[in-house]
Structure formats: structure tokens, C-alpha cells
Ligand binder design. Structure first.
Ligand code: Z5A
Length: 210
């Protein structure tokens, strides 16, 4: 049986963590054995990279350094977790993946897309999600939600125009790959966001089973 990779993406305050908790609860009860991963992170070395790259003390990290750190963590996650799990037929739900680098480092920071595409080939060896759930929300609405959480990491302190570019990049990717992306209106109540995600995942399950 073929394993499947589902990824979760969105900007500031979109509600990924809330949705993830809802999906865990839903699929535990409905018997789909999902493996959970996150980026940057998801492996011992990836979690060290996450701590480093999000630490607000390192304001001077260059955009290219940030990009390389994201892809270093990803290269490890792909080899240590994703490839073996998918080869064993497991379903994996990953909190962010390569689309985040195109959105944040490409859109937000303005790093050349050709650099990102080259690193993608090295780090992922062609691994692409079967389904990407994109939680879409305006920057002002999302940031208002995120501000209620308190402490900000090194990327969260960026200005609104940075997050506008991130959002545009995500939306452009979703438009370019409508068969892979499922865009969810993240301003809906949490229960409706969860319902929309479950419907999309169930549709993928039916497609794979057919
Ligand atoms: N990053 C990158 O730059 N390049 C890369 O390649 C990768 C990542 C992989 C960490 O990501 C950072 O790494 C991130 C992008 C960068 N930087 N930024 N900014 P992360 O995914 O680990 O962290 P995050 O972006 O902060 O995601 P999060 O923790 O899942 O937060 P969230 O999306 O804001 O979710 P939340 O905590 O569930 O929701 C925020 C608040 O809204 C909270 O109070 C909820 O109760 C509330 N909420 C949630 N849903 C709803 C609904 N539906 N209605 C009303 N209120 C809601």
C-alpha cells in the first residue's frame, strides 16, 4: 500500500496548531493511523536547528543562511522520518514542508526561487505532498490572533509587508497546483476549519483506495 504525505501550511495566526490538535483527536477516534511531523524540526538534529533559526537573539541571520537551515532540517526529516514511513505505507501529516520555504524565504525574504528549487531537489529527492491544506487568513486578522499568544520568535517579529508577501506566495502556489492544494478559509470557526480538513483528507483516502 502506498503511503501518503499531507502537509499543513498557513501564515501567522492561521490556526495550524489548533487544527492539528483537532485532526489528531478526529483520526485517533476514526482509526486512521497518522504519523505526525513538523518543520523546521521533527528529528533530533532538526529540533536543534529549529531552536537556532527561531531564536530572536540571532536577528542578524542572513536570508540565505535561514534558507539553508530550513533545508538542512528538511533533508534530515526526509531521510530519517518521511521516506521510511512512506515506504512502509504510513500516512504522514507534516506541519509545514517545502511550500513554507517558497513562501517565507522566497516570498517574504525575496530569495531567488531558483536557489530554493535547487535545494528542494537535494533535500527532498523529489518528495512532494499528496495533499496540502493551506489555511488562508488576512495578515491583520492572523496577526491579531497570534499577538494574543505572547512571545514572538525571530520570524514572527517581521513587519506586515513581509507577511503580505508570504501570503501572496502561498496563494500563488495554491493557484498553480490546484490538484495538490486545498485552501481553507481560516477565519471560519475552528470546528468548520476542522470539518473542511477532514473532508479533504477523506477525499484523498477514497482516491487512494479506488
Ligand atoms: N518557516 C520558514 O520560514 N521556512 C520554512 O521552510 C519552514 C518554516 C518550514 C515556525 O513555524 C516558523 O518557521 C514560522 C515559519 C517558519 N514563522 N513564522 N512566523 P511554525 O509552524 O512552527 O509556527 P507558527 O507559524 O507560529 O504556527 P502555529 O504554532 O501553528 O501557530 P498558528 O497557526 O498561529 O496556530 P494557533 O496557535 O492554533 O492559532 C493562533 C491563535 O488563534 C490561538 O489563540 C488560537 O486559539 C486561535 N485560533 C485558531 N483557530 C481559530 C479559529 N478558527 N477561530 C478563532 N480563533 C482561532
Amino acid at each position: 500500500m502506498k503511503g501518503c504525505l499531507i502537509t499543513l501550511e498557513g501564515g501567522e495566526g492561521a490556526g495550524k496548531s489548533t487544527l492539528l490538535a483537532g485532526l489528531r483527536n478526529h483520526f485517533e477516534r476514526s482509526g486512521l493511523d497518522l504519523l505526525y511531523a513538523r518543520e523546521p524540526g521533527g528529528t533530533p538534529v532538526g529540533e536543534v536547528i529549529r531552536t537556532l533559526v527561531l531564536d530572536p537573539r540571532y536577528r542578524g541571520i542572513a536570508a540565505e543562511t535561514e534558507l539553508l537551515l530550513m533545508f538542512a532540517a528538511r533533508a534530515q526529516l526526509v531521510r530519517e522520518v518521511l521516506q521510511p514511513a512512506l515506504a512502509a505505507g504510513r500516512w504522514v501529516l507534516c506541519d509545514r514542508f517545502t511550500d513554507a520555504s517558497y513562501a517565507y524565504q522566497g516570498g517574504g525574504r525575496g530569495v531567488d526561487i531558483a536557489y530554493i528549487a535547487a535545494l528542494e531537489r537535494i533535500a527532498t529527492e523529489g518528495l512532494k505532498p499528496d495533499l496540502t491544506l493551506l489555511l488562508d487568513i488576512s495578515v491583520s486578522h492572523g496577526r491579531a490572533r497570534a499577538n494574543e499568544r505572547g512571545d514572538s520568535d525571530r520570524i514572527e517579529v517581521e513587519h506586515d509587508d513581509f507577511f503580505e508577501r508570504v501570503r501572496s506566495a502561498y496563494r500563488a502556489r495554491a493557484q498553480a497546483e490546484p490538484h495538490r492544494f486545498h485552501v481553507i478559509d481560516a477565519t471560519l470557526p475552528a470546528a468548520s476549519v476542522l470539518q473542511a480538513a477532514v473532508v479533504a483528507i477523506d477525499a484523498l483516502r477514497k482516491r487512494i483506495a479506488a
